[in-house]
Design a protein around this ligand. Sequence first.
Ligand code: UD1
Length: 467
Amino acid sequence: MSAPFQAGVAVHHRCGLHPPSPAALEQKLVVSGGVALSGHVRISGAKNSALPILAATLCCDDASAISRVPDLLDTRSMAAVLRSLGARVEWPEGADGGELVVDASAAGAGPPCSNELGKTRAGFLVIGPLLGRFGEAEVGLPGGCNIGARPVDLYLRGLRALGAVVEMKQDKVVAYAAKGKRLTGGTFYLNYPSVGATETLMMAASLADGVTVLLNAAKEPEVSDLAEFLTACGARVHGAGTSIVTIKGVSKLHGTEFTIIPDRIEAGTFMVAASITCSKLSMSPVIPRHLTSVIDKLSASGCTITQTGRCSLEVSALKSRHSAGLRGFDFKTCPYPGFPTDLQPQFMALLCTCNGSSLVEESVFESRMTHVEELKKLGAKIHVCSRHVLVNGKDRGSLLFGAPVMAHDIRGGAALVLAGMAAEGTTEVLGAQHIERGYENFVAKLNSLGASIRRNQDAQLTLSSIM
Ligand code: UD1
């Protein structure tokens, strides 16, 4: 099923299409190719869980202590959004384990700081808690990654189904509960299982009067993690992780202690790092069940993946005298439990180094392909036709060699670093600040495994060669 891109949706906000500022262009990674990796990597907490859970702290009347929050530009932006609403956020500098305390007891309806909201699409999630708790919200339209049109029509239609009046005023959404101060439960069918819309509606419905039923809800593990958090705060959420989620509204939520799930996308990225460098790596903590579609594809390719403990995996793509390397494979991105769109660019980089030709279909985002032109600069032989991509492997002409390339988004940027590690020579990845929006200590973690990646702020010299 492809995501809906119908013309004339209620709100159709194209984000990230502004040219990057000169300062943003200055962050560069210099990646030496041909280095093998080994050792163990610690996987951080899931960005896509941490962001909605931080937003959900606004539903609570007192403090929550949240562990394993990854220290990222996106989570920092969300913390700034919460502070701008009057919440107290304590994030001890250098704290190991990412422990954060958020006390939203003194928070108000806002509006939140538009500057911080514009830095991450997830900032828009606060519309759910604000409407639920205060019966009113005024939130700027979201910013975020450069991966195509990302409308919020489902969020807004769902909030209307809960009795909200929703109006567009220039580049912001103004919404309020029609019946007095509280939303009322209702049934809402999502015509696409949007992760963010499901999360927004779960938060709003937790503080509505009556019962809400979400049909065709997103089933991502991060949605279930948010439901666990809300439940720990006193909410009554049932069925999260399935396509029907039922929420019985309560009058208020209290704070709690909570630990974020490990990041399956970061784990999948390190699985590609092991595979693309023909290495062996172990990683923990992971929840192997969250990685089923990824493990399935890598195993079919010839990697050996072993569950070495309840929360640990080992990935081996070591070459033997008899093996001819990994085999290419086809995949299509889909909502969970399908193959995650957030691993599409990294897997495309890997396919360039496999044998044979592979077909990739991107069904979630309409234009998540900005990494393709950059991979081609490294020597990849890739052909794109709309959302379908043919990737020729190393025996069909893709021979990766170092070159200057530009990262345009988080996952595409990670893919370029991975490709650079497999390429002959040195690859310069400009726009590397995108990567740090989504990966905690990415460079330090890779270097601790044996990679050779250097930061260089002085990127201006090479800009002319790639623009
Ligand atoms: C979340 C993840 C992101 C991931 C994506 C899909 C977070 C913070 N981000 O993003 O990393 O790539 O899920 O797994 O959790 N859509 C509409 N109307 C809407 C909402 C969405 O048409 O109102 C479309 C989008 O344009 C897109 C598709 O639905 O094509 C999926 O979007 P969605 O599931 O909402 O992704 P996000 O929550 O933005």
